[in-house]
Design a protein around this ligand. Structure first.
Ligand SMILES: Nc1ncnc2c1ncn2[C@@H]1O[C@H](COP(=O)(O)OP(=O)(O)OP(=O)(O)O)[C@@H](O)[C@H]1O
Length: 705
């Protein structure tokens, strides 16, 4: 699967490397063949997550260290013009008549002009042919164009060729397996019209969508799967209208009035590229409302009649492969939720979509989420009319800033950023991890800087913060091994022999984290690193980049360049990157020299530029150096957000390689990711359970999910 990602987007220097990590662990404790047998006989493939791992385990990683050779929009335009290929300049894509053609005709009759275009992503050059669904890199597209011009004809692909063009056999089989599972669940799910009235009402209440009419649910083909009490949202191919996948959302009762929901997609999230509602879009539609949740789309559509689509993985992620489907809209309104994080996300996503056509709904007391607005009878059309343009203005008055200022005052805590779950003392001082900031960490050689920042970043990543590592000093495999140990809070290598299944269950969960690694090792040029970071932000919605460490970017430059000036230049570049992409950058910098006593702000290598540009400066103090007991202390010496500084002790645990909390006595697999939903439904869950036990409904055969 990782291979698909890489070839698909032509960015081979970003690889999730859990495969290698397990490989290393396996060697460490002479991992036996028993586990492989279990896998090949499918004994572990009881859940979609395991299916995914089973498939990916057999893949070999693509070649690392391939050069990043980004193509610019100017290059693309020039190339197409020089080849005499007419193109349309869209918002985020260039559109050409596709040189590819599927050998099977369009069977649905639903195809329109849009379906025959080939869309080229203006940022990456990767393309998507709507009719054949072939995706590829800019280089591959150039090959197709050359082929077309040589033969003077359209390149005819069979559907199978089309599939194989972008996917390995393993990948295809895995995908087909997932699709079959999805199909089974879909077939066993009930349309709302087939539920008893009482049951239908309770299900709606359970999912806080009492005001969503049955007609709307029918229009969007939403179903209910009784065995797991889940809403099932379909993913239809916009071209053939066949079922490509599903998203299941389930509610679990929580203490108090809140419920927890779990979400599962088939295919799994990395491949779930559904814009829910796309099959209902007409060619003539020129405006759309983008939401972060399916029920919000139902609410918008029902209350306003305006076409609405849901992002596949919540408010903060828009895979670029979906951009071609949004090209037809000259007005896109982003209404992603009711919290400040959704507001930030909408501003970030508007950059991808082209800000000139984007309008943003600012969350506020009178502007809740679409689902809540419908429930409390607030006019959704009115809220949409209040949307503000996303295009930044050069000069503004307080009148335009007023809402933002008041919003910041009201949501002070939430704006402080994502809070660490493992480092409460860091929350006390820094308040949270905020987008667009630059953090500098220093500490004596070997004091544990990498280990500490690895745990901090992992903590955030586990909460959904897309993270990209640039580990220039230690290999990605070693780093991922440290992270996996920190994630499980146990020595997994000791468990591999006794409980291989448990280890792989942990690895499965770890693999689902939004975590990526640059494959640069040793010294590298800052320009290439920055280019890779920019691409990662665009492709994977990364919001935290860790660079370990700055010194590895210095050696590539000419010997004649002044070292301090060079470092200043690199720091400015990272600062600018953080600001322009809204991405947090954490930069490890070695201290100036081995100084006696504890380190100070001035101990950081180079001029004062690093500490001037940084929003946060952290020092990992080694107490042994000042006659202490060997413990470490983290000192926050700069905090631009609210000025609070301070220090707290860090206790290192050698078993778990962690600076936080005790080791797990019996490591258990972590719970699946969960989120909170409104509390309307706790009672409804109980009632539904009662109703289902009492009623004489015939339950379909349970399918193991
Ligand atoms: N507080 C600690 N006490 C003892 N060992 C530690 C501590 N913190 C980290 N280590 C161990 O020390 C080794 C080096 O740690 P790490 O690579 O994190 O240090 P570093 O400061 O990043 O090193 P460098 O200066 O070379 O970049 C690792 O094996 C790690 O497990």
């Amino acid at each position: 699967m990782q291979g698909l990602f890489l070839s698909q987007f032509g960015l081979p220097s970003l690889v999730p490397c859990i495969h290698n990590t397990l490989h290393t662990l396996r060697h460490l404790s002479s991992f036996n063949t028993h586990y492989s047998n279990l896998l090949s006989h499918g004994a572990l493939a009881t859940s979609p997550v395991l299916i995914h791992i089973r498939g990916s385990r057999h893949h070999s990683l693509p070649s690392l260290q391939a050069p990043v050779n980004p193509v610019t929009i100017t290059d693309m335009r020039k190339y197409l013009s020089s080849r005499g290929v007419p193109f349309q300049d869209g918002y985020s894509c260039l559109c050409i008549a596709s040189p590819l053609k599927a050998s099977c005709g369009d069977r649905s009759g639903a195809a329109d002009k849009r379906s025959f275009g080939l869309y080229i992503d203006k940022t990456t050059g990767s393309f998507l042919c709507m009719q054949t669904q072939v995706q590829g890199s800019w280089e591959e597209l150039k090959e197709y164009v050359a082929l077309l011009q040589r033969d003077g004809n359209t390149a005819i692909l069979s559907p199978q060729q089309a599939c194989e063009n972008a996917r390995s056999l393993d990948n295809r089989l895995e995908k087909e397996r997932e699709a079959q599972e999805g199909q089974k669940i879909w077939m066993a799910s009930k349309a709302f019209s087939d539920l008893l009235k009482e049951e239908s009402e309770y299900v709606k209440a359970m999912f806080s969508m009492s005001k969503i009419s049955s007609a709307t649910l029918k229009k969007f083909c939403v179903k209910f799967y009784r065995p797991t009490q889940s809403l099932v949202f379909p993913w239809f191919s916009p071209h053939t209208l066949s079922l490509k996948g599903i998203k299941m959302v389930s509610v679990r009762e929580d203490v108090g009035t809140n419920n927890l929901y779990t979400q599962l997609t088939l295919p799994r999230p990395a491949r779930y590229h559904n814009l829910f509602g796309l099959s209902l879009i007409q060619q003539s539609d020129s405006q759309v409302v983008l939401t972060g949740h399916e029920v919000d789309t139902l609410a918008v559509s029902q209350a306003t009649g305006i076409p609405s689509l849901t992002l596949p993985r919540g408010p903060s992620c828009l895979p670029p492969v979906l951009l071609p489907y949004l090209e037809q809209f000259s007005k896109v309104t982003l209404w992603l939720g009711k919290d400040p994080a959704s507001w930030e996300a909408s501003r970030d996503l508007s950059r991808k979509l082209g800000p000139s056509r984007c309008w943003l709904v600012r969350p506020g007391e009178h502007q809740p989420s679409p689902r809540d607005a419908l429930a409390s009878r607030v006019s959704l059309s009115g809220i949409l009319r209040n949307a503000v343009p996303a295009e930044p203005q050069a000069v503004v008055s307080f009148r335009q800033l007023r809402q933002d200022v008041l919003g910041e005052m009201k949501n002070k805590d939430r704006l402080a950023g994502v809070r660490w779950s493992r480092f409460s003392q860091l929350n006390r001082i820094l308040k949270g991890h905020r987008k667009g900031e630059l953090t500098v960490l220093t500490g004596p050689t070997g004091s544990g800087k990498t280990t500490f920042i690895s745990e901090c970043a992992l903590d955030l990543c586990s909460q959904g913060v897309g993270t990209l590592w640039g580990s220039f000093e230690i290999s990605n495999v070693r780093l991922a091994r440290v992270m996996l140990t920190q994630y499980t809070r146990s020595r997994l290598e000791d468990e591999l022999e006794r409980q291989p299944q448990l280890c792989h269950t942990w690895a499965d969960r770890f693999q689902e984290l939004p975590l990526y690694f640059m494959t640069f090792h040793g010294e590298h040029n800052i320009k290439i690193v920055l280019e890779t970071m920019k691409h990662a932000v665009y492709l994977y919605d990364i919001s935290h980049v860790v660079i370990d460490n700055l010194q590895f970017m210095m050696g590539q430059e000419s010997l004649h360049v002044d070292k301090f000036a060079l470092q200043d230049h690199i720091i400015s570049a990272f600062r600018q990157f953080a600001t322009s992409t809204s991405c947090h950058v954490t930069l490890i910098i070695h201290p100036r020299k081995e100084e006696e006593g504890s380190l100070q702000m001035a101990s950081i290598f180079g001029s004062a530029k690093a500490t001037q540009e940084a929003d946060n400066v952290l020092i990992l103090q080694d107490w042994t150096r000042v006659g202490g007991t060997g413990r470490r202390m983290l000192q926050v010496v700069k905090n631009r957000y609210d000025g609070e500084v301070g220090a707290f002790p860090l206790e290192f645990n050698k078993t778990t390689l962690s600076f936080s909390g005790p080791p797990a006595k019996n490591p258990q697999p972590p719970p699946k990711p969960q989120g909170k939903v409104r509390g309307e439904s706790s009672k409804a869950v109980k009632k539904l359970l009662l109703l289902q036990t009492r009623s004489s409904l015939n339950r379909p055969n349970q399918i193991k999910v």
